[in-house]
Ligand binder design. Structure first.
Ligand SMILES: [Zn+2]
Length: 338
């Protein structure tokens, strides 16, 4: 294919990471390490979110199966062999060099002020290196839009970002500030292993476009009109507008301290699991209803069923099989009485 950045050369480059390797490496534990639970990442992109496990490349099939508690499917094995968040033959060598230059500027100038830095006293940090920061996060957002079908930008935004990245050397600071951009940095304490409890993934519902890259969370808005409070497991608080950098004098980064990071991750995992579990029950309910009555239940009815299951929020994840069967039977008998 033609490289989507320069729209000129053939995409000849193998192994282009669309999330900067240096940032996500410690989360995915690509350097090895033998902690059993490490090296996973999640895809938050599809509607039912979260169930798609992926595995670090070096994970042996035995280890993969041991972790799954079952045999691995061909697809999972294929997935396990891939380098996470990287693509082959999409970008060209020249454009890869542009990405590298932008990444190196960030890694050299900004990263040391956040990762492993003494930041526990600060609720936020301000940076004058606006262009370096914005370019770095723009390439994550833009490359994800190129490489992930479910991560979408408007045509106009996509093209504007492309030109900003392509002309990054000559573009002015003013030109680079037109998109509202929030960055949260999650302080990660406890050494290298602690990073493996972080996540890499993105959401696809837009407004904002959200990407989690290990200890960084990106919220990208296509325009200032789109910036409004976005409730995402306490990622934002009442000061959210201050952190949506837009035509800023200095770039503000919100700091989530280690305890907040853990609370954020816990809440996210829990909620995502609840979503997946409920959608699983809904599917099963629909199948059963169809078997019994040869018609699909209305969506209102399915929703009513899910409300019954979800009524005790805390127990959604701990329903036993018997419990679900009982609730389902009761629900259907109740409906038949009407
Ligand atoms: Zn190119």
């Amino acid at each position: 294919m033609t490289c989507p950045l320069c729209i000129n050369n053939e995409g000849n480059k193998k192994n282009t990471h669309y999330f900067t390797d240096k940032i996500i490496r410690s989360c995915l534990n690509l350097d090895g390490g033998n902690a059993r639970e490490t090296g996973f990442y999640f895809d938050l992109s599809n509607d039912t979110a979260f169930v798609e496990f992926n595995f670090q490349r070096e994970t042996s099939i035995e280890k993969l199966e041991e972790t799954l508690g079952r045999g691995a499917t061909d697809q999972e094995i294929e997935q396990a062999k891939k380098i996470p968040f990287s693509v082959d033959y999409v970008f060209c060598t020249d454009c890869e060099a542009i990405f590298t230059e932008i990444e190196e500027a960030f890694i050299e100038n900004i990263l040391p002020k956040l990762r492993n830095a003494e930041i526990h006293e600060y609720a936020s940090l301000e940076f004058e290196e606006i262009k370096i920061i914005r370019l770095f996060f723009y390439i994550q957002v833009w490359r994800t839009a190129v490489c992930e079908e479910s991560f979408k930008l408007s045509r106009d935004t996509f093209e504007k970002l492309r030109l900003i990245i392509l002309n990054h050397k000559t573009i002015t600071e003013e030109q680079v500030k037109e998109f509202p951009l929030s960055i949260s940095y999650m302080e990660t304490l406890g050494g290298e292993k602690a990073y493996t409890s972080n996540f890499v993934g993105f959401t696809s519902d837009r407004n904002p476009n959200l990407i989690i890259m290990n200890d960084f969370v990106i919220q990208f808005h296509e325009s200032i009109e789109h910036v409004k409070f976005f409730d995402f497991y306490n990622l934002n608080d009442e000061h959210f507008i201050e952190f949506a950098n837009y035509k800023e004098e200095v770039f503000k980064v919100r700091i989530l301290h280690d305890a907040e990071r853990k609370a954020f991750l816990r809440a996210m995992v829990r909620e995502e699991k609840v979503k997946v579990t409920l959608s699983f029950y809904e599917e099963k309910f629909k199948e059963l209803w169809f078997k019994l009555f040869s018609v699909n239940p209305s969506s209102a009815l399915s929703q009513e069923f899910i409300n019954v299951i979800a009524k005790e929020q805390d127990s959604v994840l701990s329903h036993t099989r018997e419990n679900i069967m009982r609730l389902t039977t009761e629900f259907i008998s109740e409906k038949l009485k009407l």
